[in-house]
Ligand binder design. Structure first.
Ligand code: ZN
Length: 114
């Protein structure tokens, strides 16, 4: 199963141990996992990892979700790095999470789509 989906065996057993992926029977070798369970599991995992941020949103690592910055806390600053083919200056937006106050950042650059 692990090889079918190109997943490292170690990754697979970690998912089972730490993240609650269901196995058909414990302590078998190789580990048996229902294909459908694994599919669902991976789908959920991907959804979790994908945050679509709107222009005025940041990802807060403490809240684990997209948040807005506190009004007035937002600043755009130079990171001092240069990125991309054209050697553009990189900027980041920084502010404080309006929920928990943690500093939140996002990088603005050539790869930014919005
Ligand atoms: Zn927060």
């Amino acid at each position: 199963m692990a090889s079918l989906l190109n997943i490292d065996r170690k990754t697979c057993s970690r998912w089972i141990r730490d993240e609650g992926l269901k196995v058909i029977e414990e302590n078998t070798n190789p580990l048996l996992v229902m294909g459908i369970d694994l599919e669902e599991f991976i789908k959920k995992k991907r959804a979790k990892n994908q945050f679509t941020l709107k222009e005025n949103e940041f990802l807060c690592f403490k809240c684990h979700k997209a948040v807005k910055s506190k009004i007035g806390s937002e600043r755009t600053i130079k990171t001092g790095k240069r990125i991309g083919k054209d050697n553009q200056e990189q900027f980041k937006k920084t502010g404080n999470c309006e929920v928990c106050g943690t500093e939140i950042n996002k990088y603005l650059g050539v790869s930014q789509k919005d």
